[in-house]
Write a new protein. Structure first.
Length: 110
C-alpha cells in the first residue's frame, strides 16, 4: 500500500514540475524575452554594417575585427578545469604506457 502512495506522490511531483516548467517557458515566450534578445543582436549587426559601408565609401582601411563585437563567454569553472586536468593526465599516462609497452614487446620479440 505504501508503494502505491509513494508512486502516486512521485507522479504528482513530476506532473506538477512539468506543468510549472511549461508555464515558465510559455510565459517567457509570450513576454518576448527571446525575441528581444535576438532583436538586440540584429540591431548591433545592422549598425556595424552601416558603419562598415560608411568607412568603405570614405576609403578608410577596414578590418572585420573593428565591426564585430563577438563576446567570447568563458564557461570554465573549477569542476571543468579539474575534469580537463584528469582527462589530460589519463591520456598522457595511457599514451606513455602503451608506447613503453610497445617498445618492451619490440625488444622481447625482435
Amino acid at each position: 500500500m505504501e508503494t502505491k502512495n509513494r508512486s502516486k506522490e512521485r507522479f504528482k511531483f513530476i506532473l506538477i514540475s512539468l506543468i510549472i516548467f511549461f508555464a515558465f517557458v510559455y510565459i517567457s515566450g509570450k513576454s518576448g524575452y527571446y525575441q528581444t534578445h535576438i532583436q538586440k543582436n540584429t540591431i548591433l549587426t545592422s549598425e556595424a554594417i552601416l558603419e562598415f559601408e560608411k568607412d568603405v565609401a570614405e576609403g578608410k582601411p577596414v578590418d572585420i575585427k573593428d565591426y564585430i563585437n563577438a563576446e567570447k563567454m568563458d564557461y570554465r569553472n573549477q569542476y571543468s578545469r579539474l575534469g580537463h586536468l584528469v582527462s589530460r593526465t589519463v591520456d598522457k599516462v595511457l599514451t606513455d604506457g602503451v608506447n613503453k609497452l610497445t617498445k618492451l614487446f619490440k625488444t622481447l620479440f625482435s
